[in-house]
Design a protein around this ligand. Sequence first.
Ligand SMILES: *[C@@H]1O[C@H](CO)[C@@H](O)[C@H](O)[C@H]1NC(C)=O
Ligand SMILES: *[C@@H]1O[C@H](CO)[C@@H](O)[C@H](O)[C@H]1NC(C)=O
Ligand SMILES: *[C@@H]1O[C@H](CO)[C@@H](O)[C@H](O)[C@H]1NC(C)=O
Ligand SMILES: *[C@@H]1O[C@H](CO)[C@@H](O)[C@H](O)[C@H]1NC(C)=O
Ligand SMILES: *[C@@H]1O[C@H](CO)[C@@H](O)[C@H](O)[C@H]1NC(C)=O
Ligand SMILES: *[C@@H]1O[C@H](CO)[C@@H](O)[C@H](O)[C@H]1NC(C)=O
Ligand SMILES: *[C@@H]1O[C@H](CO)[C@@H](O)[C@H](O)[C@H]1NC(C)=O
Length: 503
Amino acid sequence: MRQKGHIFDVLVILVFLFSVSTITKASESKDGFKRCEHIVKQWASSSLDSEVKDDKHVLQNLLFFLHVPRTGGRTYFHCFLKKLYASSLECPRSYDKLRIDPRKPKCRLLVTHDDYSMMSKLPKDETSVVTILRNPIDRVFSAYEFSIEVAARFLVHPNLTSATKMSGRLRSKNTISTLDIWPWKYLVPWMREDLFARREARKQNGHSVATSTNPYDMEEMVMPLHEYINNPIARDILHNGATFQVAGLTNNSYLTEAHDVRHCVLKYQTLGDYVLKVAKKRLDDMLYVGLTDNHKESATMFANVVGTQAISQFTGSTSHGDHAAKNNSEQSSSLIESDFDANYHQSNSSYQNSSQISSAERGEATKENMTAGKLMDAYESCISNLRKIQSERRVKSLKKISPVNFTKEGRLQVSEALLQEITSSNSLDVELYKYAQTIFANQHKRMLQNKIVTEQLDSWFDDSYSAYSWESISIAIAIAMLFVLLFAVLFVTAKRRKLKLKL
Ligand SMILES: *[C@@H]1O[C@H](CO)[C@@H](O)[C@H](O)[C@H]1NC(C)=O
Ligand SMILES: *[C@@H]1O[C@H](CO)[C@@H](O)[C@H](O)[C@H]1NC(C)=O
Ligand SMILES: *[C@@H]1O[C@H](CO)[C@@H](O)[C@H](O)[C@H]1NC(C)=O
Ligand SMILES: *[C@@H]1O[C@H](CO)[C@@H](O)[C@H](O)[C@H]1NC(C)=O
Ligand SMILES: *[C@@H]1O[C@H](CO)[C@@H](O)[C@H](O)[C@H]1NC(C)=O
Ligand SMILES: *[C@@H]1O[C@H](CO)[C@@H](O)[C@H](O)[C@H]1NC(C)=O
Ligand SMILES: *[C@@H]1O[C@H](CO)[C@@H](O)[C@H](O)[C@H]1NC(C)=O
C-alpha cells in the first residue's frame, strides 16, 4: 500500500513539474515572440518611412544593379551594362568582392550580390536601383544545380585537401573566383566537401552505378535536392533569398540589426509579412524590375528604360568600353562613331528636357526604333555567345558526376510533394514574385504609352501637322459661316416684322 502511495506521489510531482515546465516554455516563447515582433516592427517602420522618390523613372548618376543570384543578372551585366558603361565608370571590384568601397570618384555602375542595405553606403538621391526576379522554384533549382556544377569542377583532384589547396592558390591570385562571391562562398565549399565524401564512400563500398534515374535524387553521387533544401545552410541563405536581399536582410547585410530581424522572421513566420511589405516598397521605388522568366520582354524593357537613358547620359561609351563619359558639347560628333544611335530619346519630357530637342533630332525620330534595335541586337549576339560558353562549361563539369545530368526531362521526375515543399519554404519569394509581375506589367504599359506619345509628337512635327491645322481652320470657318447665316435669317425676319408693324 505504502509503495503504491509513493508511486502516486511521484507521479503527481512529475505531472506537476511537467506542466510547470511547459507553462514556462510557453510563456518564454510568448516573450520571444513579443521581443521579435518589436524588433521586426521597429526595423520595418524605419525602413518604410523614407520618402518615395518622385523621379524614380529617371536614371540617376549611379546605377546599383541589385543582383539576386541565379536570375540571369550576369548576362545583363556583360551584354548590356558593359556595353553602356565604360569600364572606367564601374565601381571598383563591384563583382568579385563584397564589402567594397563604392566611393571611387566618377564611379557610376555597381553590380553586386550585396543586398539593399548597400544603399546605406551610397548617395541615396543620386542612385537608381534595378533588379531582376525569378520564379522561386526555378531559382532554387538553379542554385542547387549551380553549386553542384561549380563544386564538381574540383573533382579533378585526388582528394578534398588538394582541391581546397588549389582553390586557395587561385584566390590568392588577382582573379575573380565564384568562391569569393556570396552566397557561393558558402554553397560551393559545402557541396565540394559533400561530393568528395560521396566519392570516398563509393570507393569504399565498391558500388559504382546509381540506383536512381532521377538526377535530383542520386544520393550515391550528389546530395539529393530534398536534403539540400532542408539543410540549415539553405535555410540561412537560399529560401526567400530574393525577399531578404531586396529587404536588405541577408546574412551578408550591412545593417547591424539585420541578423536579429532575420532570425526572428525565420523563427516566427507571421513576421514575414513585415519583410514582404518593405521588399515590395523597395521594388516600387526601383527604376526597373525585370523577370528572368519573361526574358525577351525584360531585355527589351531594359534596353528602353535603362539603356536609352544611359546612352543619352554618356553617348561616348561604346561597346569598346574605353571612352569616358562624353561632354554634352562633344555629343554630336561622337554620335557618328558610336555603336548606338544616340538620337533615341524618350518622348516623356521628364526623361529629356524637351526644350533641348532640336528640329534636326525631331527629323531623325524615325531612327529611334533602329537604336533600341541595335542595342538589342548587340545584346542578343552577346548572350548567345555567353550561353554557349556557359553550357559547354556545364556539360564538362557535370561529366565528372555522370550519370547526374540536370535537364528539363530530369526535372519532370521531381515529385509534386517536393515542389510543394520548395514553394512553402519560399512563400515570401512567391508573394514578392507575384508583385514583381504586376510591376512589370505596369512598366510595360508605361513603355508602350511612351511609344505612342513619341509617334504623336512625330506626327505633329511633320507634314500632317499643317493638314491637321487646315482641317480645324475649315471647321472653324464653317461654324462661323453657320452663325453668320443664322444671324442673317434672324435679322431679316426681325426687319420684316418691323416692316409689317409700320404697314
Ligand atoms: C591528397 O592528395 C595529395 C596529392 O595527390 C597527396 O599528396 C595527399 O597525401 C593526399 N591526402 C590525403 C589525406 O589523402
Ligand atoms: C551566413 O550563412 C552561412 C551559411 O549558413 C554561414 O556559414 C555564415 O556564418 C553566415 N554568416 C553570418 C554573418 O551569419
Ligand atoms: C565638359 O567640358 C568643359 C569644357 O570643355 C569642362 O570644363 C567640363 O569639366 C567637362 N565636363 C565633363 C563632365 O567632363
Ligand atoms: C512622364 O513621366 C512622369 C514621371 O515619370 C510620369 O508621371 C508621367 O505620367 C509620364 N507621362 C507620360 C505621358 O507617360
Ligand atoms: C530645360 O532646359 C532649359 C534651358 O536649357 C532650362 O532653363 C530648364 O530649367 C530645363 N528644364 C528642366 C526640367 O531640366
Ligand atoms: C520597331 O522594332 C520592333 C521590334 O524591334 C518591330 O517589331 C517593329 O516593327 C519596328 N517598327 C518599325 C516602324 O520599324
Ligand atoms: C546532359 O544533357 C545534355 C542535354 O540533354 C547533353 O548535351 C549532355 O551531353 C549530357 N551530359 C552528360 C554528361 O550526359
